[in-house]
Every structure is written in structure tokens, then in C-alpha cells.
Design a protein around this ligand. Structure first.
Ligand SMILES: [Zn+2]
Length: 205
């Protein structure tokens, strides 16, 4: 799947082959025609720290265990992110802004679970490769690519932060529309390291 490349150049190198297959081009074309809530949400400004969560993962109730108690208007929020019609027995009248926030929160909390799975780790590695999470602000780290991290697994506690694999420190992001740190969670960088032990660093201490 992957091969680690030398990092002698200083800045983190890509460790996936960037060659695209015919299948990947087909996937790109499908994405262009994809008008789903998930695609729209992930392309929104300030949401580029989040990867696409596979719909099958969201539809598996096992993966959503406990979120009903945390997310307001859970059923409506779930319908929203899956682009499903609201069942007739749900007659709640909800302000659009509240529902928008609930849908974002539900997606974010599902996202925190998804990125701990092999598929989620792979999706996040592609974002890491694209420097979607930004660079370490420390000069000696020479633009080391960073990983996102949450300080708390509970929502509404802390904004998302970035973790530098080189100096192993945590920094605030420069994002204007900051995301809740619970949408990534506290475990992600550690697991990412275990899954991709050859993660390239700028090797400057
Ligand atoms: Zn650093």
C-alpha cells in the first residue's frame, strides 16, 4: 500500500505513490457529481481538517452508540447528514441554525470515531500528505506537516489543535472557523503514529 521515502530534503515527503489509476479518475468524476451533504460539508471553508466519513460507517448503529444522548435533535441531524427524508413520525420543529449545528456536531463526533479505523486513518493520511492540517510554526521544524488533535473528547471544551510529529508539541491552528477538538479526539495522532510508524519528519530537533 505504501512505501516510505527518504526525508533528507527536510520538509516532510510524500510517502504514498501519487500515481493515479484509472479507477481513481472515475472516483474523482463521481465526486464532481456528488451533491451530498457530506461532500458539501467537507468542502466548506474551515472544514478541511475533516475527511469524508463513509456512509456505510454512519449507517451502522454500532458506530453511533451513545451519540443520541449528546447531540440535540439526533434523528433530524442524522437524516440531514445522510440526505434522507425526515420520517413522518418526527414532527419536531427545529430552527435551521440549531439543526445545522446539530448535524455538524453529529458528523464531527462520528468523524472522531471513523478516523480511528483503518479506512479513516488512510483518509487522514491522504490529507496529511496534502498538508491539509498545516505546518509546524516552529522555525527549526522546517515546515513539518502536522496532524490534528483534540485536547478533549467531549464537545464544546477546546478547539481543534495541531500536533507536530517532529518537535512533538501542540499548537493552535490559524483557522478562522475553528472546529471543535472533539471532532478529532485525543487518540488520533498516537494511533496514526502506530499505524504509520514511518511517518516522515524533518529530523530537526
Ligand atoms: Zn514542530
Amino acid at each position: 500500500m505504501s512505501s516510505v521515502t527518504s526525508n533528507k530534503g527536510g520538509i516532510a515527503c510524500f510517502w504514498y505513490s501519487r500515481k493515479r489509476t484509472a479507477g481513481q479518475f472515475e472516483e474523482d468524476e463521481e465526486e464532481l457529481e456528488d451533491h451530498s451533504w457530506i461532500t458539501w460539508f467537507c468542502k466548506k471553508r474551515g472544514k478541511n481538517f475533516l475527511c469524508r466519513v463513509n456512509e456505510d460507517f454512519i449507517k451502522d448503529e454500532f458506530n453511533l452508540n451513545g451519540l443520541r444522548k449528546v447531540v440535540p435533535y439526533y434523528d433530524l441531524a442524522l437524516n440531514t447528514i445522510l440526505d434522507e427524508e425526515v420520517p413522518y413520525w418526527i414532527e419536531e420543529e427545529v430552527d435551521d441554525n440549531i439543526l445545522k449545528h446539530s448535524a455538524e456536531m453529529l458528523y464531527g463526533l462520528i468523524h472522531a470515531r471513523y478516523i480511528l479505523t483503518p479506512r479513516g486513518l488512510k483518509a487522514m493520511s491522504e490529507k496529511f500528505e496534502n498538508a491539509d492540517f498545516g505546518f509546524c510554526p516552529r522555525v527549526l521544524c522546517k515546515n513539518q506537516y502536522c496532524l490534528p488533535v483534540g485536547i478533549s473528547d467531549k464537545p464544546h471544551k477546546e478547539f481543534i489543535k495541531i500536533y507536530c510529529p517532529n518537535c512533538q508539541d501542540v499548537y493552535d491552528t490559524f483557522q478562522k472557523n475553528k472546529l471543535d477538538g472533539a471532532y478529532v479526539g485525543t487518540t488520533f495522532p498516537h494511533l496514526f503514529y502506530m499505524y504509520f510508524p514511518s511517518i516522515p519528519t524533518s529530523e530537526v530537533k
